[in-house]
Design a protein around this ligand. Structure first.
Ligand code: SAH
Length: 635
């Protein structure tokens, strides 16, 4: 999981990918109503009353423009703004009743076809798609390239091949690694004679090149090296090694270079992420892979080497494609991403492997209503092929998961769900594990990490032990090697997307009870012994923390809340304000403001969170407020 440590210091993957930012324009009252409806699907979309200058402003700022009006108005307004299908936003037009969603511009690369289909499905209308490949049910080359994260080198050649496809002909393709290709392609076994080449290698050919994002470039440089020198050196090394610059997935270096202007400038100009590693991580990779060490580098940075270990760590690989090369102030080393190495090796075993980096999102969907799911969480769900979660939470987000593969098991089967999610991600699918509230608070995030860690340890042990004939470590009960062990967990990119937890939602409903130090305690003893829970209740009550009680009562645990009240009453006045919120931000929401002595006369269940004030907490105008000490300042 070494790649993860750097990712955390980077922009989140969800955000750095083309996130949909939508603007909706309406003219009539019906249009306005429809805009509000569509916002349920894209809650972060902005809604504007139609005006030509608002449209021109949005053109550069949003990547999806949705118009609820006659298409003539739209065509006249956007005509002077249209530039290029690589950069123009998706434009979708709907009639004000939402019966038809017309994909007007940037159907493929801009995503208007997908957007029109998504909206039409949501409104139960019809998507109007006019791009030939879609009408004929044939693959669209540009979209296929985009979906597979392939850089298109020449749009003129792409156009020619696309028209060949829509005219019913097949195109000859040579991929240099395993990739699932559509029916319209015939795979040939060398670059010669191919019309389409999918490779990070520079080979002589008139074919169209699609460049997979497979290369990780490790960089070391002296302080103050310019962006131009870094760029020239990388290009020189890649050219010499016959590798495409467009196949660079990301750069990798030591964390003390976070403020290296030349490096960040070069990365920014070329829209490349930089993964940063600490000197400890780099040194451990130098020892593990027995890499060359430099005394000068060590004196300057504390790391025995930078470019080579950084490239390997970020690639999740154990072999360099290009060992380090130093030119002037810059050192460059290149590694291939592990998932690609894997797919090259395992071609025969598993022909359906795609080159996409396995991704697992652990997503918090907030307390209930779709409006309280963050845009990042929505995006992660939209981008996922498979959604894994508990039924109740899935029911709260029906629009977002429509049409996706859903893996759902009962509440107590978290471990099964989690294992399934990791397995599917390792098969190359993008998977979202969904939890209500925040995924890291009494939910799935910890379990996912614990499971990956355990599997990693198992895998290490299995490597150390010689093969055995009967089921042994790394094999499941049926004697099959688990996907985790076959592929290794370091190839997996895991990202936690936070959500609004019950305590945030309930506190907001009650007023401001959590303004001062608070403790959250779950009364569920399913995984924690009851004695430990009592101890924590006692300590939090004695220390005058505001206390948020999660899982306060279930059918099998009616008594715990009584015991909690008893313990807290030992330290706090019976008049202490207590807020009881059931189903916060859901349709069945109920809010009760009471006090410690009376709290048990109200309905408390598993959808409820109880917040108990501290010695200073007061009730005012039906709100619970815990003062923080501003009193003197406002009087
Ligand atoms: N990950 C969740 C917590 C899961 S534990 C989060 O961050 O919110 C489940 C408990 O959370 C429930 O028993 C209840 O105490 C609380 N809870 C979850 N959703 C809630 C809601 N909408 N209103 C009130 N309490 C809620």
């Amino acid at each position: 999981m070494s790649t993860e440590s750097s990712k955390r210091s980077q922009k989140s993957e969800v955000r750095s990918q083309n996130k949909r930012t939508a603007a909706i324009f309406y003219i009539t009252d019906n249009g306005f109503k429809l805009a509000q409806e569509i916002r349920k699907l894209y809650p972060d979309a902005r809604v504007f009353k139609f005006k030509a200058d608002a449209v021109s402003k949005s053109w550069g700022e949003n990547n999806a423009l949705i118009f609820l009006m006659a298409s003539g108005i739209v065509v006249r307004t956007i005509a002077p703004l249209i530039k290029d299908k690589k950069t123009d936003p998706a434009v979708v037009v709907l009639d004000e009743k939402g019966r038809y969603a017309v994909s007007l511009l940037s159907g493929h690369l801009g995503g208007a076809n997908g957007l029109a289909k998504e909206i039409a499905a949501f409104l139960k209308g019809e998507a109007v798609i006019t791009t030939a490949s879609d009408v004929q049910g044939k693959v669209s080359l540009d979209l296929w390239a985009k979906d597979n994260d392939l850089y298109i080198e020449d749009f003129e050649k792409l156009k020619k091949l696309s028209s060949k496809i829509v005219n019913g002909k097949k195109i000859k393709v040579w991929p240099d690694h395993t990739i699932k290709v559509p029916d319209e392609f015939i795979t040939v076994d060398s670059a010669k004679g191919a019309e389409l080449i999918i490779s990070h290698k520079l080979v002589k050919s008139n074919a169209l090149f699609l460049r997979p994002k497979t290369l990780i470039t490790g960089i070391g440089c002296n302080r103050g090296t310019s962006a131009a020198e870094i760029e020239n050196t990388i290009k020189k090394v890649l050219l010499k090694e016959k590798l495409s610059f467009h196949s660079i997935r990301n750069l990798a270096t030591i964390d003390i270079k976070k403020d290296e202007k030349g490096l960040t400038g070069f990365a920014g100009e070329n829209k490349l992420d930089i993964k940063f590693f600490s000197k400890e991580e780099l040194n451990s990779a130098v020892s593990t892979f027995d890499l060359a060490r430099s005394k000068t580098v060590e004196a300057a940075t504390g790391a025995m080497a930078v470019a080579e270990p950084a490239a390997l760590l970020s690639a999740g690989s154990d072999k360099l494609l290009v060992p380090k090369q130093k030119i002037g102030n810059v050192t460059v080393a290149v590694a291939i991403r592990k998932s690609e190495v894997r797919s090259q090796k395992s071609e025969k075993q598993n022909p359906s492997l795609v080159t996409r980096h396995p991704s697992l999102f652990i997503v918090g969907t907030g307390p209930g209503n779709i409006e309280h799911i963050t845009p990042s969480a929505q995006e992660a769900i939209r981008r996922s092929d498979v959604i894994v979660g508990y039924g109740t939470y899935l029911d709260l987000v029906p629009e977002l998961i429509k049409g996706k593969e859903v893996v759902s098991t009962g509440m107590t089967k978290e471990v099964d769900r989690c294992r399934k999610a990791v397995e599917l991600a390792l098969q190359g699918k993008t998977v979202a594990v969904i939890s209500g509230g925040d995924p890291g608070i009494y939910a799935m995030a910890g379990l996912v990490f614990e499971m990956i860690r355990a599997e990693e340890q198992k895998s290490k042990r299995a490597k150390e032990t010689p093969p055995c004939s009967s089921p042994c470590q790394g094999e499941d009960r049926r004697g099959q090697t688990s996907a985790l062990l076959r592929f290794g967990t370091s190839a997996l990119s895991v990202e936690v997307i936070p959500g609004i937890s019950a305590l945030n939602a309930c506190a907001a409903r009650l007023g401001a009870p959590l303004m001062h130090d608070f403790a959250s305690i779950s009364l569920s003893d399913r995984l924690t012994p009851w004695e430990v829970i009592e101890k924590r209740l006692e300590a939090a009550a004695a220390a005058d923390f505001v206390i948020a009680l999660y899982n306060p009562k279930s059918k099998g645990r009616q008594e715990h809340i009584n015991r909690a009240q008893e313990i807290i009453l030992k330290h706090r006045s019976p008049d202490t304000p207590v807020g009881i919120v059931k189903g916060a931000m859901r349709e069945n929401e109920e809010i009760v403001i009471t006090d410690l002595k009376n709290m048990l006369s109200h309905d408390i269940d598993m959808q409820t969170t109880v917040i108990i004030g501290n010695s200073k907490t007061f009730v005012w105008n039906n709100r619970i407020i815990t003062p923080r000490g501003y009193e003197k300042k406002i009087q």
